[in-house]
Design a protein around this ligand. Sequence first.
Ligand SMILES: NC(=O)c1ccc[n+]([C@@H]2O[C@H](COP(=O)([O-])OP(=O)(O)OC[C@H]3O[C@@H](n4cnc5c(N)ncnc54)[C@H](OP(=O)(O)O)[C@@H]3O)[C@@H](O)[C@H]2O)c1
Length: 273
Amino acid sequence: MSAEDKTLTVLITGASGGIGGAIARLLAAQGHRLLLQGRNAERLQVLRASLPHSDSHLVLAADLLDAGLRRQLVERCAAIPGGVDVLINNAGVSTFALLADMSDAELARTLHTNLLVPMALTRDLLPLLQRSEHAAVINIGSAFGHIGHPGFAAYGASKSGLHGFTEALRRELSDSAVRVHYLAPRAVDTALNTAAVNDLNRTLGNKSDSPETVAQLCLQLLQGRASGRRFIGWPERLFIKVNALFPALVDSALAKKLPLIRQFAQQNIQASK
Ligand SMILES: NC(=O)c1ccc[n+]([C@@H]2O[C@H](COP(=O)([O-])OP(=O)(O)OC[C@H]3O[C@@H](n4cnc5c(N)ncnc54)[C@H](OP(=O)(O)O)[C@@H]3O)[C@@H](O)[C@H]2O)c1
């Protein structure tokens, strides 16, 4: 039986957000059973009620930065009859700011949420996932994890780290049935991006995708037979290759945009005060 035919139990972190909600709607429409994770219990309940077969889905609200609550989440997953087949590490935060304007607390929150939490949660859920013949982990990264972008130093570092983690884990588990995927969107139309980020993207001509586009690729990875790595968007996929081979080209292209990026980053800081 392939993952396409089987009803999978899927834990989605950040299901109360834009991309997590779109993934939940698509997977629920495919008949999968969802464990909807996020901090905002009310939003998760509204999402659950809107999904097909709403009674089969569970809301597991918790702040994942709290190690105790994370442990309780793993225990609740372990108690689910039939276990958990898939973990989608999607919860994330982003701050658009120059490094000089980021406090220790903001740096820690970004790296903790986007990198340490997916690592710890994956480690703690692996024994459970390994009982499933359809086991998979999908880490939601970002194009900024492959193209260092001014104004996103901490965010980019967290997503580069998430990619490195995914690659190493994929190889570490290559003799097991667990598939380990990495999905890196470019800009997506969600509340993660502040008005200043949207203004920056518009001004620089950066395209953005709908959360549903990301969800479709997530489903494709889930249905694939091997671990996969996907980058969303053209020309971003080309820029990622150019950046890997000729980083000086990307350095000079971004240097020309730096005054504008600085201006929007400062606008962002002012708006958040
Ligand atoms: N939007 C983009 O442009 C874009 C581009 C590339 C990659 N991504 C990645 O896509 C993923 C989803 O982002 P999104 O655009 O859907 O953002 P979003 O709408 O802001 O949603 C973020 C989600 O993460 C959850 N979350 C944040 N901190 C958490 C914590 N400590 N514990 C538990 N949940 C937490 C939020 O929960 P609550 O709302 O309940 O607090 C929310 O459900 C992120 O990893 C992001 O980096 C986004």
